[in-house]
Design a protein around this ligand. Structure first.
Ligand code: 15L
Length: 273
């Protein structure tokens, strides 16, 4: 059940891309409470429009369609694109060409703020015995992480040249609950995801920021001190799940790269061609 919405400014129209994906479906119901109109886009089926929703399916590689998407929106939550390690072509089309189309459309329509779903996989080759902060230079663990680093850099350019503010959310593992030992560090609850997105949408000043999307897990690998101006305060923690996960899943081999690096299994996924 959805909790009471966080009290913040109300938007006239928000755009949510990737609205048919796992996190998109979750945010669809939640974001509607913060705006008069919620424009939803994806290439996958979006179902029927509820009251206050506008459905605009669009492939991100279609420049004209993306230009239409950003017309008359106050802000964008961009979850669209490839969200796992995949062959180069789909990553190129959605996460490189697509995100470029998004920022060009924002520039042309004078959209002032974008909340960009980046990923912990931008930094997946940092080790699990390191705590990295919001200034950590990218160390992508694959083509997917590399494409998210591109999005972070592109948004930096559009802030420096055109003043379009972006909060790059380096999301950890946003699922109903942590699934494995790694997620005891990287997990983010859906309620905390909502808190983060709303904070990124409504912070008085975002500029160009990186913020880690992670719950208040005691052994997390990310330090959000450099993003305190965003005002994100996680309320949840993976700790209540620890005992059950540790009892049911044997500790990994210490030489296993998926237990050495923060990106986990992503560090050895692919190549696909
Ligand atoms: C991500 O970036 C993925 O989109 C998500 O599916 C998870 O695998 C997550 O990272 C993770 O690292 O757990």
């Amino acid at each position: 059940m959805l909790k009471t919405p966080i009290t913040v400014q109300r938007f006239r129209r928000l755009l949510l891309t990737g609205a048919a994906g796992g996190l998109g479906r979750e945010l669809r119901a939640r974001l509607k409470r913060y705006c008069d109109a919620l424009r939803l886009s994806d290439v996958a089926d979006l179902g029927a429009a509820a009251e206050g929703e506008e459905l605009m399916p669009a492939p991100l590689q279609d420049k004209a369609a993306v230009l239409d998407l950003l017309r008359d929106v106050d802000a964008v939550v961009h979850l669209g694109g490839v969200s796992t390690e995949q062959p180069w072509q789909p990553i190129l089309e959605a996460n490189i060409v697509g995100v470029y189309h998004l920022y060009e459309a924002a520039r042309k329509h004078d959209v002032r703020r974008i909340v960009l779903a980046s990923s912990n996989h931008v930094c997946g080759f940092y080790r699990q015995d390191e705590v990295i902060d919001t200034r950590a230079p990218p160390r992508p663990d694959g083509l997917y992480g590399l494409s998210k680093a591109f999005g972070e850099n592109l948004s930096r350019l559009y802030y420096d040249r055109y003043g379009i503010e972006t909060a790059c959310m380096r999301l950890g593992s946003a699922f109903p609950q942590p699934k494995d030992r790694r997620m005891l560090a990287t997990w983010m609850s859906y309620d905390d995801l909502e808190r983060l997105v709303v904070a990124c949408l409504t912070a008085p000043v975002v500029g160009h920021s990186v913020v880690y999307g992670v719950s208040d897990n005691p052994r997390r690998w990310y330090d959000n001190t450099g993003a305190s101006h965003i005002g994100y305060r996680p309320h949840d923690s993976s700790e209540p799940y620890r005992a059950a996960i540790e009892a049911s899943q044997p500790p990994p081999d210490r030489d296993d790269p998926t237990a050495i690096f923060q990106g986990g299994a992503f560090v050895r996924t692919g190549p696909f061609e």
